[in-house]
Ligand binder design. Sequence first.
Ligand code: ZN
Length: 148
Amino acid sequence: MRYCASCGSEYRDDIEQCSDCPGSPRLVEASEMSRRGLPLPHELDQRVFARAGTTDNPLMVEVFTGMLEERDIPVLVRAGRSGVVDKLTTGNLLPWWEILVPEEMRERAALLIERERAQEAATTDEAVRAAEEEERETERSSPPPPAF
Ligand SMILES: [Zn+2]
């Protein structure tokens, strides 16, 4: 059996990548799972993993897991479906992901995720402000639009 180090799913030996996770991560052996402190599916009932956060942004899934792994917090990502149908584009259910960590690390992980999320939002705000600033600059230098 092979395993996804991101969501903990079990796969047949001939499968190479996880189909549930953003970025389709490569599957690993059981030994690699235990090296990273991640439970195998049949061990999950003994080890309690709790939800530290959720996101519907696949990029943030990678940011969060990378950030938690850097701090030696084992992290599993569970793919879910929100039940909100994306009518405008595909008609499919919108995906979202649950970030799971060991129960005893949940509080710390949740704080880290919130901090990361706030930082990300600030960066986006800054980018928006910069773009608006640039727009105003452009407006100032170009002739006023014709009045109707
Ligand atoms: Zn996976």
